[in-house]
Design a protein around this ligand. Structure first.
Ligand SMILES: Nc1ncnc2c1ncn2[C@@H]1O[C@H](COP(=O)(O)OP(=O)(O)O)[C@@H](O)[C@H]1O
Ligand SMILES: O=C(CO)[C@@H](O)[C@H](O)COP(=O)(O)O
Length: 488
């Protein structure tokens, strides 16, 4: 039996077709997404179909699940038409809405608001979360807010499109707790939507109707079958989930593993039985795709720090990696603070990047390349510290995402993160997790299938933590000195 997993992430859509029992890769495909932080969902749908075709179609596949970028706001009208282009997780226009929502829940007091959000919702709003985008919509585009009859996330919408889209009706919309927990109006600890939070975000009165929200499915539940005229006719549709929950499922993360993803976003997450309560908002209380919790820290700047630095130096990412490995540990005091798209962790939506410590001796491509790799990893190291503070055990790091293909990232990561780093063979952890969820839905087993070595498309490589932690600590200490000197 074959199953498929789809990853509709920020920059592209990827499809893997795997054997449901062993996880062995049978075929794969991909297609690019448009750039920008506001995207017409029709572009994702077109890319999904192109990627499915590239993967040889889904005719022989029993089940398919969609993993997708979290938080994106997809508003639908009563007929199921998209109301406006989706605002993505990395769109920061709702930063003020986030600040307002925090203060409102604390009756004007920010600290009380943060505590209330952390306790009642499990997250403290930042511009990434859907709830803040809805508040922005209510204020900036009230006519679009009024037309919104349902709110979905990218994976909910794509799964619904596979099921027939508008023809299936808004009631057919489904999600899972992994993705619902990133909305800001779902509590992952109590497994329930928070309609009053949604009402507040949309500024709707007590008697006004709220938009329809997707049904929250269990990890192995099905969202129906693919429509006859779509790319997955008759195929069982898994619940799908957010891309980070899918990645954790894809790498079969075990207790003590922290998954670090260097994709468009930088993510640190670790499956846990305990929901975090973090009023600083650094650790978000998301859910995973197995019924547990997935405390998560996310930065806005990761793999694109590498591509941007490569562009600056006029080289490709392969050469950037070589240069970074030629540069000295600590880059001679040169630090690149990587807030190229503003930042979410720390919460500085208006910040820009900075380079500190330029001298005649550090003004070389190798120093700058090294500083870029170290800067992005220092942000992720701060994230690991925050997870540890929330009680997560960290024995080793599992490094995934496009940036994990960089040899420099792989080699410098154990130094800066201070832990052994396991790099699975280059692949698509999100699409793999979605495929594993599809296999789970198809078999109806109590637990997700255990896939062994056959599911790995090569060898995992472990990069040991250095015996001497001093150089890594020095890199982080120097970064901490200048991190807070940037604007905004
Ligand atoms: N060898 C490499 N070195 C550095 N960056 C890379 C490499 N290969 C891919 N990337 C970067 O990884 C990113 C894509 O990663 P991916 O995890 O697929 O992102 P997303 O899921 O957010 O779309 C792109 O920015 C790409 O340039
Ligand atoms: O906002 C988050 C997590 O909270 C991001 O991780 C998005 O889910 C996008 O992921 P990538 O496209 O970078 O994988």
């Amino acid at each position: 039996m074959l199953v498929a997993g789809i990853d509709s992430s920020t920059q592209s859509c990827k499809v893997v077709v795997r054997d449901a029992a062993t996880g062995a890769l049978v075929r794969s495909g991909r297609a690019a997404h448009p750039a920008g932080t506001e995207v017409d969902p029709a572009a994702w749908w077109a890319a999904l179909q192109e990627a499915v075709t590239d993967a040889g179609g889904l005719d022989d596949v029993e089940a398919v699940s969609v993993g997708a970028q979290q938080h994106g706001m997809v508003c639908l009208d009563a007929d199921g038409r998209v109301v406006r282009p989706a605002l993505l997780w990395n769109d920061t226009r709702s930063a003020q809405a986030a600040a307002d929502l925090i203060r409102e829940l604390g009756d004007g007091d920010e600290a009380a608001g943060r505590q209330a959000w952390a306790e009642q919702v499990g997250v403290v709003p930042v511009a990434s979360f859907t709830v803040t985008k809805l508040r922005w919509l209510a204020d900036a585009e009230p006519e679009n807010a009024a037309r919104t009859a349902a709110v979905a996330l990218p994976h909910d919408w794509l799964t619904w499109m596979l099921a027939g889209g508008p023809a299936a009706g808004l009631e057919a919309l489904a999600t899972d707790r992994g993705d619902a927990s990133g909305t800001g109006y779902f509590n992952a600890r109590t497994n329930s939507y928070l309609p009053e939070v949604l009402r507040r975000a949309l500024r709707r009165g007590p008697d006004e109707e709220l938009p329809h929200l997707p049904r929250v499915l269990g990890p192995a539940e099905s969202a129906g079958r693919g429509s006859a005229d779509g790319p997955a006719p008759g195929v069982l549709l898994g619940a799908g989930t957010g891309d980070n929950a899918a990645a954790a499922l894809g790498v079969q993360a075990r207790p003590g593993d922290v998954v670090v993803s260097v994709g468009t976003s930088g993510v640190v997450s670790g499956p846990s039985d305990t929901a975090p309560v973090d009023p600083t908002g650094i650790v978000a209380g998301f859910a995973d795709a197995t019924g547990r919790q997935l405390p998560l820290v996310c930065t806005l700047n990761a793999a694109r720090v590498l591509t941007a630095t490569a562009d600056l130096l006029g080289v490709d990412v392969g050469r950037l990696s070589d240069l970074a490995l030629e540069g000295p540990s600590g880059a001679g005091g040169l630090v690149l603070v990587p807030y190229l798209e503003g930042e979410r962790t720390p919460d500085r939506p208006g910040a820009t990047g900075a380079v500190h410590g330029l001298t005649l001796s550090t003004s070389t491509p190798a120093h700058l390349a090294r500083a870029a790799v170290e800067g992005l990893l220092c942000g992720l190291a701060d994230g690991i510290d925050a997870l540890v503070e929330q009680g997560t055990r960290v024995d080793r790091v599992v490094l995934v995402g496009g940036g994990a293909r960089s040899e420099a990232v792989r080699r410098v990561a154990p130094v800066v993160l201070g832990r052994p780093v396991v790099v699975p063979p280059p692949g698509e952890s999100v699409a793999d997790g979605a495929a594993r969820q599809a296999a789970w839905a198809a078999t109806g087993a109590a637990e997700a299938p255990e896939w062994g070595d056959e599911a790995l498309d090569g060898e995992s490589v472990t990069y040991d933590a250095p015996e001497d932690p001093a150089p890594g600590r020095a890199v982080r200490a120097r970064y901490a000195q200048v991190r807070d000197l940037t604007d905004a």
